[in-house]
Design a protein around this ligand. Structure first.
Ligand code: TYD
Length: 153
């Protein structure tokens, strides 16, 4: 089982899409194992988007991510990193496929509703960045036999 990190961005909070976004993950069969609300600090954003820190548009991304508090989720499932990334869709929402969160709910590159870890390596670093061990919960969904065959997990 993998765990992955999702940030529900201010664009989703302002537009009242939080329930829709979480509902998609729940309906897919992903397990919520961590959940919190926070205002991202400058340092958190610099680390989280370190690959973009030198870009001319970094300040507008930072301002956008600090426009409201964000919701941070840890989701668990078999191949969760790839599944959640695929459900999120391409960075540019105008090119994201219909059926994905970005493809269905947004028109923007920046205001693209969610962040999702892009690899297993980033998921491990991002989960550690936003959750302590005590904030990540270990419990067994009762519906497990209806989510997977017993040789899948
Ligand atoms: P990135 O890590 O490249 O994409 P993703 O979120 O799909 O992993 O970029 C991080 C965020 O920065 C992206 O979700 C939106 C914003 N962004 C822009 O506003 N303009 C850009 O040209 C890029 C590359 C990203």
């Amino acid at each position: 089982m993998q765990k992955t990190l999702v940030i529900i961005k201010p664009s989703a909070i302002q537009r009242g899409l939080v329930g829709d976004v979480i509902s998609r993950f729940e309906k897919k069969g992903l397990q919520i194992v961590g959940f919190k609300m926070m205002l991202l600090t400058d340092d958190m954003i610099k680390i989280h988007y370190s690959h973009l820190v030198d870009k001319p548009f970094f300040k507008r991304i930072k301002d956008s991510m600090q426009a409201t508090p964000v919701l941070i989720l840890a989701l668990k499932g078999v191949d969760a990193v790839e599944v959640v990334r695929n459900m999120s869709g391409s960075t540019n929402s105008r090119k994201a496929l219909s059926g994905t969160i970005r493809g269905d709910f947004s028109m923007s590159v920046q205001e693209n509703i969610v962040h999702a870890s892009d690899s297993v390596e980033s998921s491990l670093a991002e989960l550690k960045r936003f959750f302590t061990d005590e904030e990540l919960f270990d419990y067994s969904p009762l519906i497990m036999p209806h989510l997977y065959s017993n040789d899948e997990y």
